[in-house]
Write a protein that binds this ligand. Structure first.
Ligand code: PGA
Length: 255
């Protein structure tokens, strides 16, 4: 298992008010001394970015955006730019989440979002993953295409700025039993690392953390990390409740 796994909570639209975010943060902060061997990040909705950043101030928890706009110009009603996310205190941005791809964000859009985030010096969690698994292995080309369109000829991606979150879409939002199995994940993790070496130097590629996401709960978190050879987890529904999120940290930190 990775020395210091990275556990990212993606709050999606689960939390609505600053009060909820603050309550979550103060509860988590009380427990953090127990989990010094884990890196924890939280991605609240845009409306809660500032409040969440403030609530985790002077703690080791990093706070980031769930997405950023692909656009730079201001005439984009309803969009949130990377600069706005950064000004709200975000230190990273998730790009390419499958729930956004499902709303029409193409590989080209994801690439543009990644560029915008990099321009603002935000770290990036690039989400990739196939919608379905076929026996012929076409899912591998889906993943390759997502990686290549995002990373090909990327102007200097500094090591440490990029995290890949592999999230098979068929597992997202399900319960632990439906998550990917460890050995399959290990295979995919090796495949991703190998693909990354085509877009950056081998030594840099090997340092890019790979996360797994999709139906992560306390009951499967540790096994996925151990058997799947991934460096962390991207947690959706189970990160929206403090108790279930802490249960995940507990199971991962267990010696
Ligand atoms: P889930 O979501 O943990 O609810 O499956 C994961 C994600 O979408 O990032």
């Amino acid at each position: 298992m990775a020395k210091k796994p990275l556990i990212v909570g993606n709050w999606k639209m689960y939390l609505a008010s600053a009060e909820e975010a603050k309550k979550f943060a103060s509860g988590l902060r009380r427990k953090l001394p127990l989990y010094k061997n884990i890196d924890v990040s939280i991605a609240p909705p845009f409306t809660l970015l500032s409040a969440t950043v403030a609530a985790f101030k002077n703690s080791a928890v990093k706070v980031g955006a769930q997405s950023v706009s692909q656009f730079l110009d201001e005439k984009r009603t309803g969009e949130v730019s990377a600069a706005m996310a950064k000004a709200s205190g975000a230190t990273f941005a998730i790009v390419g989440h499958s729930e956004r791809r499902a709303m029409g964000e193409t590989n080209a859009v994801v690439r543009a979002q990644l560029m915008r985030a990099l321009e603002e010096n935000l770290s990036i969690i690039l989400c990739i993953g196939e919608t379905e698994r076929d026996h012929a292995g076409a899912y591998l080309s889906v993943v390759t295409e997502q990686l290549s369109s995002a990373l090909d000829k990327l102007p200097i991606i500094k090591t440490g700025k990029l995290v890949i979150a592999y999230e098979p879409v068929w597992a997202i939002g399900k319960s632990a039993d439906d998550a990917m199995k460890g050995p399959d994940l290990r295979e995919m993790s090796i495949f991703i690392k190998k693909t990354l070496t085509e877009y950056m130097e081998r030594s840099a590629a090997l340092k890019v953390p790979i996360l797994y996401g999709g139906a992560v709960e306390a009951s499967n978190a540790r096994t996925l990390l151990q058997e799947g050879d991934v460096q962390g987890l991207l947690v959706g529904h189970a990160s929206a409740q403090l108790d279930s999120f802490i249960e995940i940290l507990k199971s991962v930190s267990h010696k």
